[in-house]
Design a protein around this ligand. Structure first.
Ligand code: ATR
Length: 272
């Protein structure tokens, strides 16, 4: 049997955790596979993809800065990726590229696994940020039936762009983010604020009901200041690492035909 090859394309991609995740599963499930980390500047994207097709790769994932641009080279982009405007996971079959977006699944599955009793339809969600990650988060929340999404971003125009997805999205000025927390049942940070080396996320949680679930998609550090403040006032919290782990599951299934398990030992491996 030939080795089934897959890869990640990004720039920079050296620090990506994907290789740890996919290689862990290959070993665990006894798959004769190979996962390559391919540093690919934007000018080399087309050549990079051709290399994968010519060398019979089963698929690949893409990260910054290719998630939007790569769609132009795909033969089929599913509805989810198209509506979000980004793909992170591509399957290659008979030389043709099939693109999807698994970030949505990763985000939702992380919350469902960590807080199985959380009810998405129960009340409003506040989403901080309107970048690429926010688009996937908002799409997932809409799919789960969240009745209202209060979307707030430093650059209001980006939030307004996302708000075109649904009338259930209300755009709130960044300066009003604390008022927006009143009566919310979910708060998600999708900005890079609070990440190691970035500015802190400044937000007082006084208006947030203590029953509201708080999720930060930043996972470095794992327990961000946002999650620490939320936990200190009694709110349930979900860290961001699970989104990274769960978003990898559908890709692995698409490439290798096995639905892999997200386990604590994998989580520890990725965090160490
Ligand atoms: P990603 O695709 O990972 O979401 P991104 O598109 O660069 O990354 O988005 C980063 C998010 O963090 C954006 O919502 C950004 O706000 P802007 O749209 O105004 O840039 C937000 N962000 C980054 N630095 C910020 C800061 N200092 N204050 C407020 N928001 C910030």
């Amino acid at each position: 049997m030939t080795v089934k090859k897959t890869a990640i394309l990004g720039y920079p991609v050296k620090k990506s955790k994907s290789a740890i995740i996919y290689r862990h599963w290959m070993e665990k499930y006894g798959i004769d596979g190979q996962f390559d980390v391919l540093e690919t500047p934007p000018s080399d994207l087309e050549v990079g993809i051709k290399h994968l097709i010519d060398n019979h790769y089963a698929g690949f994932c893409v990260t910054v800065p290719h998630k939007e641009k790569v769609m132009a080279f795909c033969d089929d982009v599913d509805g989810r990726a198209r509506q979000i405007g980004a793909t992170n996971s591509i399957r290659i079959e008979n030389g043709k590229l099939y693109a999807t977006n698994t970030d949505v699944y990763g985000f939702i599955q992380n919350i469902k696994k960590e807080q199985p009793r959380f009810d998405f339809v129960y009340g409003p969600a506040v989403v901080l940020g309107a970048g690429g990650a926010a688009r996937a988060v908002v799409y997932g929340l809409l799919e789960q039936g969240v009745p209202e999404i209060r979307l707030t971003n430093r650059t209001r125009a980006r939030a307004e762009e996302i708000a075109k997805m649904s009338p259930r999205i209300v755009v709130i000025d960044w300066e009003e983010r604390e008022e927006a927390l009143a009566a919310a049942s979910l708060l998600v940070n999708t900005t890079t604020l609070g990440m190691e080396g970035q500015d802190p996320l400044e937000i007082q949680l006084d208006n947030l009901p203590t029953t509201a679930l708080v999720n930060d998609i930043v996972y470095y550090p794992l327990h961000t200041d946002l999650l620490k403040s939320a936990a200190a006032q009694g709110n349930p919290v979900v860290t961001g690492i699970g989104m990274l782990l769960h978003q990898a599951c559908p890709s692995f299934k698409n490439w290798y035909g096995i639905d892999p398990e997200v386990t604590d030992d994998l989580k520890q491996k990725v965090l160490s």
